[in-house]
Each structure stands twice: as C-alpha cells, then as structure tokens.
Write a protein that binds this ligand. Structure first.
Ligand SMILES: [Zn+2]
Length: 544
C-alpha cells in the first residue's frame, strides 16, 4: 500500500482561536466537480477534505480551510458538490449539527464541531474501521457501530473463555446447517490434485470464497483482496479462499504459473498476512493462523495449471485489513491513530473527573484589583454591558490548562455569559504582539477541553480579548490599549455565537468538570467554585 501523502497543514497564525487545518486547493460546486477531467485528483481532494474534517471532529473541533480552486465560485449558486457532501454526511449522524459552511473571499471554511456521540464508548469519529466481516457470501467493512459491537463481543467472549473450560460440542450443533459446505471445502483443501473442468461439490458460503483471476495480474489481485478477506474470515468464523476456480461454471479452471511463481505468491501472501494489524484482548496473543497450499490441475495426463488455496482459522480477537482511517492532532501534527489508540478510544468508559479544583475566585480578584487598579477599571467597564454571567479569574488560565506560563501576563479572566460566546480576557504588563498567540492558544485549549473533558456537546467558540500596557509595567486605565479583539476579526456562523441560558449552564457545567479534572491547587476554594459556577442551577450536581 502506498503511504498516504496528503498535505494538511495546521494554520497557526490565524485570527481564529481555533484549530485551523488547511485542506489545500479544492474545486467546489457540483457542476465544476462533475466537469473535472482528472478523476484521481477529484478523489484526492475529497480524501484530503475527509481526513481534515475527521481530524477536527477528533480534536475538539475547528475549521477546515479550503482554497477554492475554481474562479467565480459562488456558494449560493454552485453549492459544494455531491461527492464532497456524501463524504461529509457519512462521517456524522446529522450534518447541520456538526458542520457550518462559510465562504470568505477565495477561501471556503467548514466549521467543524467536536465529535460527541450519544453511544457509550465511540469517543472518536472514523472514516473506516477497516475491520471486515463475512456476511454469507460477501465481505463487508464494519461501520463504527458494528465495529464497537464486535469489539465488545470479543471482550465478552474472552471473559467467557477464561471462566469456563472450552467445550466445543455446543458450537458444533449450532453450525450444522452451514457446516456441510465447510466440510466439503475442507475435503477439497485436503485433495492432492485436481482435474481440469472438474465440477465443484460446494458453492460460496460464509466459509467459502471463490476467485477466478486472470493470470496476468494474479499476484496483484491477490494482494489487493487478501487483507479484506483474511480480516473478514478471521473475524467471523474462519474459512477458505480458493483462487483458480470458476464460480460461474462451478468448476476447476486453474491458473498457469511456473514453480518459481508459486513460491513468490506464497511469500507475498505470508508477508501480507503478517503485516495485518491485529488487536488482542486475550493473554495468549496468537498470530493469525492460516495455511497456504497449491494444487496441481491436470488435463488428461498433463499439468495445465494450479489452484491456490488459503485456509484461514477464526481469530481470537480482532484483525484489521489496515489501520483504521481515523486521525487526530497530536504534538501539533495530524496523525493517524494507531490500532491500540483507536480500540481504546472506541471502548473506553467515560473519564471520571478528579476531585481537586483549580479555581481562585474572591481572594484572587480582590488581590488583583488592589494591586492593579487599571485591571479593575477595565473589567468594570467591560462588564458594564454584560447582563448575566460568570467571570472566572486566574493568575494564568494558560497555566491552569497545563500550558506554558508567560511572565508578561498579569492575569486572565474567563467570561461566561448569556448574551455572547465565552470571552477570555488577558491583561498584559507590556505591549507585545507575540502574546496574541499565547492568548489564542489558551482559548483554543480551553475550547478543546470544554468539549473533550467537560463533555460540552454544542457548538462553541472562545473569543479572545487582550489588553496591554503601552507605557509602563503597570497597567492603568490611561495606559491600557486593546491589543486584540477576536470578535472583530473572526466571523462565526450564528449558531456558534448564540448563547442561551441553557447553553450557558451547559458551558458552566463543562468548565466545572474541566477545572475539577485539571486540579492542581488547594482544596480550600472548592466551596467557592461550587457557588460561582453552579449558583442558581438547581439539580445540576445531582445529574453527575
Ligand atoms: Zn487474542
């Protein structure tokens, strides 16, 4: 398999306090996409966008930034394009719940809400599980729900096995109906040679797959289908793959090959199967058990070809055709999840937030106000237009969120109010353009934590507002300068900025969980946090 090279860049200096992923150039609009001559390019653009959106779903949400390839594009007149729409729709249960679209000049932005599934487990979005199953005569990839069910079932089976001794008598009785084709296939597998055009005594079933590949691309075709078939048979009940039989005519055909070709095919099959990713829930951690055999086909007395036969045993745990197609941002890079990470995220129970809290209300703001008069005045002015809300001070929100502290920061304050999206205020001792990034990073992390840890499931953005002192190291009202206000530079869809009393309460609740889980300071502020974040919210705690 060729390594997947898709250019997705994390845009760091955007005006949005968001994770912005650069998809690259994409042709937009149904007509324009249909007209595209290069179908490979069309597919690539679609894949790039899908990967980007999945990454954002799994990384706390953000923005997919598309550079519009075609000139004179109009979102209203041209739409997005059906193939892209289908890809987006396949990722989430309800499109408008997760995505908002906006054209901005030569860019097309897709606002992606963080993934939140009501289904227990399934904490990530996945393009393809790459776990296959055998459904009677066809091989199908499991969708996320089926994959989760399958994995859970495997865990239970492991537990059952470890509790009771292996009794196979019951199993045999259950399988009597289809086991006849299995027995016939097994007899066939144990033959020593075959006759050309000999009639088959069995047909395709859960246990049997027949392929009649032309010799020219034999090896290539085997390599193409093998991962899926081995995954499917191993994950279901095991089975046989026969290459060189005609399913249509129900007879032995065979393919022409030299002895050396057969060795090569066998080596390639071994390599291919050994490279399949597996996940074990068991202690034994066995390898995929299979047998590969070639049978000579004779026409009268002369050798006229071969049949390749694979017997794949049922696997104890899970076999993937390749790593699941699911990505996230890790260490500031878009990375594909490993099989281990993916299975664990799919199966993990909800995290239990810790009891400690990092929130300093009254003591901190009183001290801050007495030391920094300017901060007090600015805050009072800012809060003048807020009807209802909670302002949570911290010496450094950044530090509270496990990010790096910056000495230029006097304090941060997070406003959660009903009439606007959350605003992160930062007050700086000095005029420093670079600290814009600090604030944006903090807001981005906060948003991510609200959804990832706090369990906030709505659309949300965290605005940033930075004040700094222009002259001296003390911030006074006179020296204060508004360095940055993201509400002026970042335009969001309406659904992101509409904060009702319900969303405000949800946000507070999420923040409470985040602070609880991050706790690094003493417990003595607990009761204050309770009051501040949870006042007038009866029954909120009892929900937990
Ligand atoms: Zn196992």
């Amino acid at each position: 398999m060729a390594p997947e090279k898709m250019t997705i860049c994390i845009v760091l200096d955007a005006n949005y306090p968001e994770l912005v992923l650069d998809v690259g150039k994409v042709t937009l609009g149904e007509k324009n996409r249909k007209k595209m001559k290069d179908s490979q390019l069309r597919k690539k653009q679609n894949e790039s966008l899908s990967k980007c959106v999945i990454t954002l779903l799994n990384s706390g949400g953000g923005i997919s930034k598309i550079e519009i390839e075609n000139e004179d594009y109009s979102y209203e007149k041209d739409g997005i394009g059906l193939d892209l729409e289908h890809s987006l729709a396949d990722m989430v249960p309800i499109v408008h719940k997760y995505f908002d679209f906006m054209k901005q000049g030569k860019y097309f932005l897709i606002f992606v809400k963080s993934w939140s599934s009501k289904i227990p487990g399934m904490k990530i979005a996945t393009l393809s599980s790459n776990l296959y199953k055998r459904d009677i005569t066809s091989v199908n990839v499991m969708n996320a729900t089926v994959a989760l069910e399958f994995l859970k079932d495997r865990v239970e089976t492991r537990e059952r096995f470890s509790l009771t001794s292996k009794s196979s008598s019951k199993r045999c009785r259950e399988e009597t109906e289809e086991s006849s084709t299995k027995a016939l296939a097994s007899d066939f597998f144990n033959r020593t040679q075959l006759r050309y055009r000999e009639k088959l005594t069995f047909t395709e079933s859960t246990y049997v797959e027949i392929k009649d590949f032309s010799t020219q691309k034999l090896l290539q075709r085997i390599k193409e289908i093998l991962p899926q078939y081995v995954s499917a048979f191993a994950n279901t009940r095991g089975g046989y793959l026969f290459v060189g039989l005609s399913e249509k005519k129900q007879e032995v055909i065979g393919f022409k090959a030299e002895k050396s070709d057969l060795d090569k095919i066998e080596r390639e099959i071994e390599k291919c199967i050994s490279e399949l990713p597996v996940y074990h829930f068991c202690m034994e951690k066995k390898k995929i058990n299979y047998l590969c055999k070639f049978l000579e086909v004779y026409d009268e007395e002369s050798l006229c070809g071969y049949v390749c036969m694979l017997k794949i045993e049922p696997f104890c745990c899970a076999v993937f055709a390749k790593k699941p197609d699911s990505w996230h941002v890790k260490d500031n890079q878009v990375k594909q999840l490993s099989v281990e990470e993916w299975v664990q995220l799919m199966m993990d129970p909800e995290p239990v937030p810790s009891e400690k809290v990092t929130y300093i209300p009254e003591i901190l703001y009183k001290r801050l106000f007495s030391q920094h008069e300017g901060v007090a005045q600015l805050i009072c002015k800012e809060m003048g237009s807020v009807h209802q809300g909670t302002l949570i001070f911290s010496k450094s929100w950044s530090l509270d969120l496990d990010l790096q502290e910056n000495q230029s920061v006097i304090c941060d304050a997070l406003l959660i109010s009903q009439d606007r999206p959350p605003v992160l205020y930062t007050f700086l001792r000095e005029l420093n353009e670079e600290l814009k990034g600090y604030s944006i990073q903090t807001a981005l992390t906060l948003k991510k934590k609200l959804v990832k840890i706090g369990g906030y499931t709505g659309k949300v953005c965290v605005m940033t507002k930075i004040y700094c002192s222009e002259e001296s190291s003390t911030l006074t009202e006179g020296s204060a300068r508004l360095l940055h206000d993201s509400s002026l530079s970042a335009t969001y869809p309406k659904s992101y900025t509409l904060i009702t009393s319900q969303t405000m309460n949800d946000l507070k609740k999420a923040l409470f969980i985040v602070l609880k889980s991050l706790g690094t300071l003493s417990d003595k502020f607990d009761s204050e946090i309770f009051q501040h974040l949870l006042s007038n919210q009866h029954g909120l705690l009892s929900e937990e």
